[in-house]
Structure formats: C-alpha cells, structure tokens
Design a protein. Sequence first.
Lengths: 336, 396
Amino acid sequence: MSALRGSLSDGRNAASTPVSITRDGDDLLISAETTEFRVPLRDVAADARVLGVARTLTLPDGKQITTSDQDTIAEWFPARHWVDHWAYDLESRWAAAFASIVVIVAVLWLFIQVALPLAAKPVASMISPKIAQLIGVQALDSLDHSIFKPSKLSEERQEDIENRFYNFLAREPGAEGLSLKFRGGALGPNALALPGGIIVVTDDMVKLASDDELLAVLAHEIGHVRGQHSIRTILQSSGVVVLMTAVAGDAMTMTVLAAAVPTALLESHYSREFELEADDYAFAHLKRHGYSPQLFADVMRRMEKAEKDGGTAGVFQYFSSHPATDERILRAEAQR
Amino acid sequence: MENTGNEEGAEDADSTSAAEAVLPADSTTASPATADSATADAAAAASTMADSSATGATTYPVRFTGLVREYFRIWIVALCLSILTLGIYSAWGKVRKKRYLYAHTLIDGSWFDFTGRPIAVLRGRIIAVALFGGLAIVGHFFLPAQIGFILLLLLLTPWIVVAANRFNSYNSTYRAIRFGFGGRVREAAKVYLGIGLLLIPTLGLIYPYYRMRRLRFVTEHQRYGATPFETRFLGGNFYGAYVISGLIIVAAGIVAIVGGIILAVSVGKAARDEGAPIFALIWSALIYSGYLLAFCYLRARVGNLTFNGTRVGPVQFASSLRVRDICWLYFSNIAAILCTVGLATPWAVIRMARYRAARLTLSAATPLSGLGAAAMQSATATGSEVSDLFDVDISL
C-alpha cells in the first residue's frame, strides 16, 4: 500500500509537520518523523472534493491533515452528499464546461425571448390606468425638459388635427383614455405613445404627412396604446436588468457596463415585435374608418427618404427601435 | 479578513455589505506623476510601527497557485447550475469557488481552508432575497416603501457587517486554526451609522476618515486563533489618498472638456451634428476612464495602507500594490470581460489574485508555529459551534 504525503497540524498552534499516511484495513496509519498513531477511518471526516483543491481530513481530536493526493482520498472517503458528488463530476470534465456554456446561453435566450414577454403581458394589464397615467405624465414631463420644445403649430392647426383625431376614434372602445399632444424640437418626423394613452406627434411629422397620412401614423400609435406596449417594454427591460444583474452578480464589480450593453440591444429588439403589432392594428383601424393602409406605406416612404437625405443612418441603425422600413411598407401595401 | 487570495480584495475587508453597494464609489484620484506610491506607503508603515521588522525576522511571501483552466470549470459549472436551479446552487458555487481560491493561497507552504457550509450560505441568501428583493419590488411602485427600504438597509448595516465577518472569519482556517471576529453590533453601529451620519453635515468631507474607521473596525476585531489583530491606521494617509484620487477625476474631467471643445471647434458644424452621438460616447468613455483610474488608485493605496498598518502578534503584513499595475489589470480585465461576454471573468479573478499575492509578504520575528488556537477551539472538532442566528452568511 503506497503512502500518501501530507501535512499535519494539531489545531493547537500554527505548526505544520510533514506526515505520511497509509491505510491499514479500516484504520489510517499516520506517521511523522517522531510519532506515529492510528485512527479508525470512520472517525475521520473528509471535506467535499472540489476540482484542484487539496483535501483536508479532520481527526476527532481536532488535528487536521492536508494532502494533495485527491484520487486516493476520494477512494477512501467517497462523497457524503450527492450535490458534492455531482458538482465535482461536472467540474472535472471539460465536456461539462462547454455544455454549461451552451445551456446558459439557451436558458437565458429562452427566458428573455419567451418567459419575460409572456409574464409582462398579464402584469401590464394588472397595472391600474391611474398609475399608467402617472408614469406617462412623468415621462412627458421629463421629455419636455430635455428634448421636446413647445409646438410651433398654430392653435387652429392643432385644433383641426385634434378634431380629425377624435373623429377617427369614433365608435372605438376606450377612446376616452387617449389624448393627443403636439411638440417641437429637433427630433424630425416622429410620433410616440406614452403610458396612459398619451400620444405625442412632432411638428416635423405634421409638416411631412398629409392629413390622411397623419391619421395612419396616429392609428399606429393607438395600436401601441391598445397593446400596452410601453408598459410591457418597461417591465420586460426591467426584467432583463434584474436577470443580468443576478447572473453577472458573481463577476467583477466594475463590469456593470457589460450588463448594460446587451440590455440596450435587447430593448430595441422588443420594440420590433411591438412595432409590427402596432402596424397590424393600424391597418385594421384605418380600414374600419374607410381609409387605405396605402396611406401608411406612403408616409413611411416619405419618412425613409427624409431620413436618407438627412443622413443619420449607419452605425446607429443597430440601436434604432424601428424594424426595416421596407418590410413595413410591403406589409402595408399587402393589406390595402 | 482572509481574502488575500480572493478577488474581492482585502482592502474591502468589510465584506460586501449592501451598504457598500449603496455608498458612492470611492473616487480619490492619484496623480500619475507622483513617486512610486508603494514605497511611500511602505515608508509610512515603517514610521508608524515602532517595532518594524527588525533584523532576524523571517519573511514569508504569499504564493497564489490557482490555474485558470481549473477555476474556469468550477466557475462555469457553478453559473450554469445556479441558473438552472434559480439561484439555489449559487450557495454551493460560492463555497466551492472560495475554497479553490483559499486552497491556492499559500504562506510558508501551507494553504488556507474555507469551512463555510453551503446550507448556511443558502439560508443567508434566501433571507436577503426575500427581505431586500421583496422590498425593492414594492418600493418600485410605492415610493414611501422605497424610502423605508433604504432606511431599513442602512439600519441593518451594522448587523450585516458583524454577521458577515463572523461567518467568514470563523470559517477561515490556516493550519487547523480558525480565525475569528469579535466585533459587536453596538460598536459597528457607532462607526457605520454614527460616523456615517456625520457625512451629511460635513458634506462628505469626512469620508476618508469614515472609510478608515470602517476598515479599522473590521480589521482590529479579527483574530487568528488566540492572537488578535492590531491596526495602526493614520487618517492623514487616507486623506492623502482620497485627495489625489479626487484630483485624478478633476484632471480627467478637464481633459474631457478641453478635448471636447477643441474637437468640436476644429470640426465643421455638419460633422458635429452628425457625429453628436459618437462624441457623446467618447466623452462618457473618457469620464468613465477617469473614474476607473481614480478607483484603481484608491484600490492600490488603501489596500497598501490597510495591510501595512496591520499585524497579528509577531506577524507584520507588507503590501506593495502598484497603481500602474492595478490600473492595467482593471482596464484589461474589463476589456476582456466585455469582449468575451463575461467568459473571461475567471481569468480576471485568477489574474488579480496572483498579482495581489505577489505583492503581499508577511514578516515575523518569531516562527509562525508560535501562534496558538483560541482556548475553546480545541474542544470542538467538526461541526459548527455557531448555532445561533449568526450561522448565516449575509455577505452575498
């Protein structure tokens, strides 16, 4: 029987003596330079086996023996808890490590793509309209203090558009919850829907679109409100943030940045599906009131051209939250 | 305090309490032009410790022998199983990772051992998630609850610090002798809340002193077996470190502003409008780098100050972390982690541990074997004697 080499510490002072350990039947024979003693195996406790970690044997009187000979100790002292057994099994195989990477990616993808959106939908519908209104008003407020400027459209023009908007909502359920706001600023032709049914349209959009085309744009925004897209986006991206924090929590403290980047990308991805959903709603709403989805295609084309002429495409398109405009134009024309 | 091999860093000997996460990141700046701060700190240490390492003392360098190819596997399996078990396995993962790092930190040929039981860690995590997570969610929608949550967190900090340190110290062993932590919640409250509250009337100017007191509280109540830790921290040294760290941030800000103005002026209006997002990105990257530089400077200086002002019986610590090394390590680690979507994290941890160990030495005039166990320790062999509420790891 080959002897193991180890170090013995008596637990009374910080000394370490080299020893050799042999197994003699059901006993361990420990021999140092000057002493030798015997301990029954069943009185010795071994710590859990971890990849690359030397083993520690604890004797009943507090002495401890450490040894690097993992394999022999594993033979003499099989794992006491199944978790430790399985954990070591996985740690010791490279195949398990690679499989882990695959599993992690798969589970995270599934969670973000499937579970979170599924969960966000019912939660969004549980949020009371008052709270949604509060969030929307606060959001508009902060936008007014940053990128929005007061609208430069005349009072009559605004009233005119508002009237057309409310006519457009005739016989539509939940129309009372919707309100229309006009804003100026350097955003270009744009419209957005905030929680609480607040729809904002920019001066540039009013200038760019014809009266009927403007209705098509507003129909799209109404689609966002109907689908509670803004609330769901907030919930989903909060979920992603929580998830990334929980997963990355083990990593270095300064890599919060690493969590933020994929989150930002994912946020723009959520919007893709919501945009298409809002488009579909818009087509149906337009048809209900006797307008053609072609209007939508026309204004999209005009916006695309305006953007190309302005030249802000390129690098930042990846972060843009609107799916390929061509795709949407085709879908609109297919519906007319 | 036994984190010498651990990435978390001994200078954060308070353990990662929740309050540490809430408080602003220390931002003292270092002037890169100053003399080697390591020697400055060593000199400061020598002058404060009257009985510095005299002739005849043995030096024990700290060795770190961890390998990325092993630690990566422990780390990735722990991550995978933690996700699959919705976080439950993370307790085992934490213990296993810690045991690996401890077992590869060697002094005088012997390594450290972490004996914390995963169940205790799990208990702590469940409590923390239930308490803090629940309050955080409620606070999200209900503002008064959010304020109550922050207040509760602050009030619990002294208890959390004591509990975490007791757990970590008791479960850290070297040559079969346990460490221990004797700090009391009452004194922790005096330091964390009492001095902490003074931050408000002094507009934060007292922060370096506050940091020093916290480090002192956590360090001076540690013991190795029967031998208590002793500290000699000078507030002045901490102030110096923070002032320089602040200067770094100011310098970075000036560079960013001046550079931004020069760039904006030299480039045409059209390019300015078009490139505005890119400029914003570069500008924030510069500011962020400035903060990171200041943070690294602090890490190095405070780390050195902490170790150099600490002794255990005959053992004196000497730390010689260099600012430029820490900066390089942090920047390259972050870049690697970003590029590999986090997979380089184990490599970063091992790298950092290796460096910290290489920069740490112990010196003792009498042999280490002279350090003895605490009186009651030899009475119990296996099993935890800490069966009260404190057998819970809240340090997360």
